[in-house]
Design a protein around this ligand. Structure first.
Ligand code: HEC
Ligand code: HEC
Ligand code: HEC
Ligand code: HEC
Ligand code: HEC
Ligand code: HEC
Length: 464
């Protein structure tokens, strides 16, 4: 009775899962398919194993397909400098292969793409190109032949089809990003579905095991609870390893990066009182931001220009710090006097050369391998201090507002247009050297120039 019911069930299941589950049954019900049974020891018969294997191979092949996707490669590696239809930082790439140098053969560009820097020095064709374009192309030593072929394939097809990108250019990049996002959503859904199938199969598997055991009258020990099950333990360890590794790597990259950092300073000096309420110009104290790399911190003597006379804090509003404590401005000014060696009762005798420096705690700090220049941004780029440092005039104590990550710099360089609208004697003279771009604008070929066009994405501009 039990047996016939079991066989019926098994037939149904056989139709459903003709692959995978039934051979688990074979182990339990010897003799059903004798010839298959011989194979059993040789193949891993676990449905879950098999499914995971299938899933891994699918993902793997999708990744390989992905790597060969010329469009993807072009937009991640080349599109920041090249367009297929028009000149950007580098020449337009549509039709480049037709040049005599290449004779239509993508192979002849392999060396250039992988090793542009050395070719600029050794090959007269490329040194002429470099002189014409001003900047050297990034080298891509990791690109494989097949990948470069895929890029050219994409460029040639797009160029031949003449499907011009939308005028803004940026939209295509956004579209690609959208597609990439959609792709990852699809991957996520597939993963989820496969995971659910694996779980269902595992469940069916254990039930079948039980059924077949019942059928044979075998009494097995109680099933292992899932937290003791080796499979789940292994799965969990792998998951923990992957997630932990990811978080660790992310944390390591972010190491030394900080926002909202607001250390306690030796004197409670309020930017809101000085730069906000009393409207003292930032450059009065940070004058070197206008002419040099660093925005200096003012010396005690700069403070004393005013505080020889302003000996108490009485006009401004009550100052409450982050912890809700009331700050006594007058007492803070007394601390300044200690550093300055200044005695208010004996003001005439003050000797500025005896002043001791105040040990302000540094807040913004880029790693040593990054070059950042204030004058270049404040004076040439005409960027407000507040764009990068936030509403300093509203902060009592300064805190770091921007992330100061590489992505932060690069994003702004991609988006910010530089002011090219100068004419003789007017506007920003610093850009007069970029004759090429001025001509392009005059001819109407380009409507705006961003920092990235003038080299703001080149590694060596920001890295020593
Ligand atoms: C950082 C900007 C930049 C990136 C990224 C870049 N290029 Fe270039 N590329 C240039 C510049 C600039 C030139 C002109 C030569 C020079 O000044 O070095 C150039 C020249 C070329 C040339 C030679 C054109 C000719 O007329 O002979 C080819 C081919 C080329 N790039 C292909 C690529 C491909 C393919 C990629 C993506 C894998 C790529 N470039 C990525 C900036 C770039
Ligand atoms: C009266 C002098 C004075 C004026 C005016 C002033 N600052 Fe400051 N600034 C200081 C002093 C002193 C420090 C160091 C103590 C601190 O961090 O609060 C400082 C620190 C800073 C810092 C943090 C530096 C670090 O350690 O990374 C920034 C950013 C800054 N100022 C920006 C500005 C901006 C923007 C303005 C104009 C809105 C301005 N400051 C106006 C005196 C001044
Ligand atoms: C251009 C003039 C000027 C300079 C330079 C200046 N202060 Fe002041 N400071 C003022 C004024 C104005 C007040 C507000 C007085 C009031 O409201 O009664 C003030 C208030 C203060 C206070 C009390 C409020 C607070 O912020 O806690 C301190 C402390 C202080 N200053 C420290 C400094 C230090 C340190 C420096 C140098 C880095 C400096 N000041 C440079 C003009 C100046
Ligand atoms: C384009 C973004 C940007 C602008 C605009 C900018 N800063 Fe900065 N500032 C930074 C960065 C990044 C640092 C960290 C520099 C470092 O660690 O070398 C910094 C650091 C500072 C410091 C600490 C001392 C130093 O130079 O390292 C002060 C003070 C400062 N800025 C004041 C100013 C003032 C005042 C202005 C406006 C006149 C201004 N900044 C404009 C990005 C900017
Ligand atoms: C808010 C926008 C903004 C941010 C943020 C910014 N920059 Fe810039 N950067 C500019 C502008 C605008 C210019 C153009 C000024 C010029 O022509 O020299 C520029 C120019 C430069 C240049 C010179 C590029 C060239 O080709 O001459 C360097 C180097 C540079 N930035 C480094 C950095 C670094 C490093 C950071 C991050 C720590 C950064 N910038 C963050 C706007 C920004
Ligand atoms: C506009 C300026 C800028 C340009 C261009 C730039 N970097 Fe960076 N880079 C930075 C800044 C700022 C940091 C520091 C980030 C931090 O401390 O988190 C950085 C950090 C790095 C790091 C250290 C890892 C990290 O994320 O902290 C590497 C590696 C790096 N850059 C490589 C490159 C390469 C390769 C290029 C050229 C393709 C490049 N950078 C172009 C500004 C720039």
């Amino acid at each position: 009775m039990l047996n016939s019911k079991f066989l019926e069930n098994k037939k149904k299941l056989n139709r459903l899962f003709f692959y995978g589950v039934p051979d688990l049954l074979l182990q339990r019900t010897p003799g059903i398919y004798p010839h298959f049974e011989l194979l059993q020891p040789m193949i891993p018969c676990n449905a879950i194993l098999r499914l995971s294997f299938l899933y891994i191979s699918i993902t793997f092949s999708v990744f390989i397909l992905h790597a060969q996707d010329g469009k993807q490669l072009f937009s991640t590696k080349c599109a920041s400098c090249h367009n297929i239809f028009k000149d950007l930082t580098g020449p337009k790439l549509g039709g480049v292969l037709e040049k005599e140098k290449y004779g239509g053969d993508p192979k002849k560009t392999y060396e250039w793409i992988r090793n542009s820097t050395s070719l600029v020095n050794s090959d007269p064709y490329y040194s002429a190109l470099k002189n014409q374009w001003g900047s050297v192309m990034t080298a891509f030593p990791d690109l494989k032949d097949a990948e470069i072929d895929a890029i050219w394939d994409y460029i040639n097809k797009t160029y031949a089809a003449g499907n011009k990108p939308k005028p803004a250019g940026d939209d295509t990049a956004k579209d690609d990003l959208k597609k990439a996002n959609q792709n990852s959503v699809i991957f996520g859904i597939i993963t989820l579905i496969l995971a659910i199938i694996a779980l269902i199969l595992a469940y069916v598997n254990s039930n079948l095991k039980k059924m077949s055991d019942d059928a044979e009258g075998i009494i097995r020990p109680e099933p292992v609870p899932f937290y003791k099950n080796k499979f789940y333990i292994a799965l969990l360890s792998v998951l923990l390893f992957v997630v932990g590794g990811y978080l660790l790597a992310k944390g390591a990259i972010g190491l030394g990066r900080q926002t909202n950092y607001q250390p306690e300073q030796p004197i409670y000096y309020s930017h809101k009182v000085h730069a906000g309420i009393n409207q003292i110009n930032c450059l009065y104290c940070h004058s070197s931001a206008w002419e040099s790399k660093h925005a200096s911190i003012p010396s005690v003597n700069v403070c004393m220009n005013c505080h020889k006379a302003i000996q108490a804090y009485e006009k401004g509003p009550e100052i409450i710090d982050e912890n809700g404590n009331k700050i006594d401005g007058t007492a803070e000014i007394q601390k300044l006097y200690k550093y300055a060696g200044f005695d208010p009762k004996n003001a005439a005798k003050w000797d500025p050369s005896k002043a001791k420096p105040i040990e302000w705690v540094r807040i913004h700090n880029l790693p040593d391998h990054v070059y950042f220049n204030h004058a270049q941004h404040v004076r040439v780029g005409k960027i407000q201090c507040q764009t990068c440092h936030g509403e300093i005039t509203n902060m009592h104590e300064v805190k770091q507002v921007s992330e100061l990550s590489m992505g932060w710099c690069i994003n702004c360089h991609r988006q910010t247009k530089v002011d090219f609208n100068y004419s003789e004697g007017k506007g920003n003279q610093f850009y007069s050297i970029y004759e090429k771009f001025h001509n392009e604008i005059k001819k109407g070929k380009m409507d705006s120039i961003t920092v990235s066009h003038i080299g703001g994405l080149e590694c060596q501009k920001c890295h020593y």
